[in-house]
Design a protein around this ligand. Structure first.
Ligand code: MG
Length: 305
């Protein structure tokens, strides 16, 4: 199966200027920019845990496996270069499944200029497991880490939040271009991509930065999908609850000094809206401010692995 699959792959992979040796040899060879720092991130997706093949097309799963990694590179302000893809496939129908996974993944790789540098493909008695590792390069501005937020920095977010289960959790756009553009044009202090929930990932960034965060609840951009989900489920959760806790929005959450934040919000330099949703503060922990202006402790909500 593997030989056949490598042959298929060979017909479907384009050239990439930084991929000197691609799939087929013992290892891949990448040309990295002189003295550039390399950023590496990996994600493992398992059938029954991260997706259900029974109800999702393999192409969508393949796209997501790459997209979640690109989102992590975006959060570091790194430019994607290459990806390594490993598949453990159920024995039955392994080849068509592998082809379908790649059919979802390759257009995204092409759009973000990612070389598929290689990987491994095995069959076994279990369900589908996909592991994708991406390699990125930093620009001259360096890496954007979680630990750089300072009290008084503004909390900015791209896009809107909540209800991703209605489709965005598979079809989201990794914010790579947005991160690189903001990094090039503005002074940013810290970032995280919101994978597990806006309030939870904000709390993580604040903790890594040894400060607290005060979230202005009314400012949080709530996705249409969050309103739809709230009215559909009628489980007592508001659309805003979904926006704060659902996760898998894969938007950027940034810590930006006040003057720069004001510039970004006024300029709106991206195709997606950038919104200020609060402020980092000295006092540790996550806090929320409602219209009455009172600050209350807020329990970080989201998906804990
Ligand atoms: Mg992340």
């Amino acid at each position: 199966m593997e030989t056949e699959f490598i042959a298929w792959l060979g017909d479907h992979l384009g050239d990439h200027p930084q991929l000197r040796v691609g799939p087929g040899d013992d290892a891949a060879v990448l040309a990295l920019r002189h003295r550039s720092e390399c950023v590496v991130s990996t994600d493992l997706l398992t059938d029954g845990v991260d997706f259900r093949l029974a109800s999702t097309s393999p192409a969508r799963v393949g796209r997501k496996a790459l997209a979640v990694n690109l989102s992590d590179l975006a959060a570091m302000a790194a430019r994607p270069v290459a990806a390594v893809v490993s598949l453990a496939l159920p024995r039955q129908g392994a080849l068509p499944l592998a082809v379908e996974i790649y059919t979802g993944m390759l257009p995204l790789a092409e759009r973000f200029d990612v070389a598929i540098a290689g990987g491994d493909t095995n069959t076994w008695d279990g369900g589908l497991v996909i592991s994708v590792t991406v390699i990125g390069q930093l620009t001259d501005r360096g890496a954007l880490l979680r630990c750089g937020a300072r009290p008084d920095d503004c909390i900015l977010v791209t896009g809107d939040f909540g209800g991703s289960i209605r489709g965005k959790h598979f079809d989201f756009e990794p914010r790579v271009r947005e991160a690189l553009q903001l990094m090039a044009e503005y002074d940013l202090h810290a970032a995280i991509d919101v994978s597990d929930g806006l309030s939870l990932d904000l709390a993580r960034l604040a903790e890594a930065s040894k400060c607290g965060a005060s979230l202005e609840l009314d400012a949080v951009p709530v996705a249409d999908a969050a309103y739809e989900l709230a009215s559909e489920l009628s489980d007592g959760k508001s659309a805003r609850d979904h926006a704060l806790a659902d996760g898998e929005d894969f938007e950027l959450l940034l810590a930006v000094p006040p003057v720069e934040a004001e510039r970004i919000v006024n300029d709106q330099p991206l195709d997606t809206t950038v919104t200020r949703v609060g402020t980092f503060i000295q006092e540790p922990g996550l806090w929320s401010v409602e219209v009455d202006g009172k600050r209350r402790p807020e329990k970080p909500r989201g998906f804990e692995h």
